[in-house]
Design a protein around this ligand. Structure first.
Ligand SMILES: NC(=O)c1ccc[n+]([C@@H]2O[C@H](COP(=O)([O-])OP(=O)(O)OC[C@H]3O[C@@H](n4cnc5c(N)ncnc54)[C@H](OP(=O)(O)O)[C@@H]3O)[C@@H](O)[C@H]2O)c1
Length: 402
């Protein structure tokens, strides 16, 4: 309860006046901890039946197999369970890590990959009161289970979708935007007066952060990307400016000795120079940092006096460290944040309220998730993994489950 009050106060204090993000607190039901459905499968029976994409061994290709259980046709439905007709899921960087066994959550193999699902309720158990047949739902599945075309979940795992929301939109929206929202607003105390820097801005959670800053909070946001296409997409989302990292800088990002040599010249943090030029020499108030490695170090130099830096991820593959005197000297704050922890620990308060806030923003057309033009069927899940691994995506990669 303390958290809820605290969170609402945060929002009331910092959200722009016309952004009423809790218009109807009881509209979207609270659900919590997903358990990864453990499949019993029969090998090599094709991908067109009741199938799932299974991690048999960490780091290997996913295997599409027929699911024998749970099977809605034969399963005795628990009184709190709902049978789902899965429609879409999405593939994210966290899925890549989980499939390789490099994520903080490491289920025993074999397990069904996929950390979320959007779909329709086909049947409800006797004690299910908040849902009925035909309802559209979203479920966050931090332990996996989302890449399957049949599913039975406890009702507590399901969140009601706005009626007019397309399933693809739901899969592109919630995990990334709740991450961005909780990071920026709840942890980062975002205000409309802040100037914000987002790294990895062309990725799923980066784009969500740019959208929330530029369009829900009307803040000035600068996006860091690695390609003209991603920069263009970010500017179209409303970024006030973009910074493109050169390929040389990017590829040498993990090599301390190389990173400042560009064409034989030593340059001092290209990000810092550009950010200072874009902020009247003051730096940014809040940084949403998804890359880690040397870019993190450069980002700290871009902070204004009293600035905050959110540690969102380490897409570069390198976890950075910092000398704490640099924080002391300019009153900087470093903020660690993992969205899944709020789902696990505060499902009925912080996570639920974020779900509502994002639904409300979407219903009011403040935010518009970017869906990558390339979507993949469940049977092509390994192609989708290669596509995301090679950084070809802009926005969210959707997996079609029907
Ligand atoms: N803290 C949380 O609660 C939370 C929640 C979700 C995700 N995350 C983390 O946030 C990060 C981004 O996730 P996402 O879902 O947005 O992933 P994504 O869609 O794959 O985007 C990642 C972006 O990072 C950049 N990138 C990828 N590999 C890189 C490399 N080797 N070196 C430098 N840059 C690289 C790419 O940007 P460019 O192509 O522009 O370089 C890419 O667009 C991940 O580290 C993920 O683990 C954290």
């Amino acid at each position: 309860m303390m958290y809820r009050t605290h969170f609402i106060l945060h929002v009331a204090k910092f959200a722009p006046k016309d952004r009423n993000i809790f218009p109807n607190l009881s509209k979207y039901c609270s659900r919590n901890l997903a358990q990864s459905p453990k499949p019993v499968t029969e090998p090599n029976e094709g991908a067109n039946k009741k199938s799932a994409a299974i991690v048999k061994a960490y780091g290997e290709k996913l295997v599409i197999e027929e699911i024998k259980h749970p099977d809605p046709a034969t399963h005795k439905l628990g009184k709190d369970d709902v049978v789902i007709q899965p429609k879409t899921s999405s593939l994210t960087f966290a899925d890549l890590l989980m499939i390789q066994g490099k994520y903080q959550i490491k289920p025993d193999v074999p397990f069904v990959a996929g950390r979320e699902v959007s779909g329709k309720i086909l049947e409800t158990g006797g004690d299910v009161k908040d849902f009925k047949k035909g309802d559209k739902i979203f479920a966050f599945l931090p332990n996996g289970g989302g890449f399957a075309n049949t599913m039975i979940l406890p009702q507590k795992n399901c969140f009601a979708l706005p009626q007019n929301m397309d399933y693809k939109v739901a899969s592109s929206l919630y995990t990334s935007y709740i991450t961005a929202y909780l990071g920026l607003v709840y942890k980062g105390n975002l205000t409309s007066h802040d100037k914000v820097l987002v790294t990895g801005a062309g990725g799923a959670v980066g784009m969500a952060a740019v959208d929330i800053c530029a369009n829900a909070y009307k803040t000035k946001v600068i996006g860091v990307t690695s390609s003209p296409e991603k920069s263009e997409a970010i500017r179209q989302k409303g970024a006030f400016a973009t910074i493109e990292l050169s390929n040389l800088y990017k590829t040498s990002v993990n090599a301390e000795s190389e990173k400042k040599k560009v064409n034989g010249k030593i340059i001092e943090s290209p990000i810092k120079q550009k950010v200072l030029a874009l902020t009247d020499g003051k730096g940014v108030d809040l940084i949403y940092e998804t890359l880690g490695g040397s870019i993190f170090e450069d980002c700290v130099k871009c902070l204004s006096f009293d600035g905050r830096l959110l540690i969102i991820g380490f897409s570069s593959g390198t976890i950075p460290s910092i000398q704490t005197n640099r924080l002391l000297l300019k009153n900087h704050t470093l903020i660690g944040f993992t969205m899944t922890n709020y789902y696990n620990q505060e499902p009925n308060t912080i996570f639920q309220e974020s779900f509502q806030a994002i639904s409300s923003y979407w219903e009011k057309s403040y935010i518009h998730p970017t869906i990558d033009p390339q979507s993949f069927d469940l049977s092509k899940i390994n192609d989708a993994i290669e596509y995301l691994k090679h950084k070809k995506s802009i926005g969210k990669v959707i997996i079609n489950l029907e």
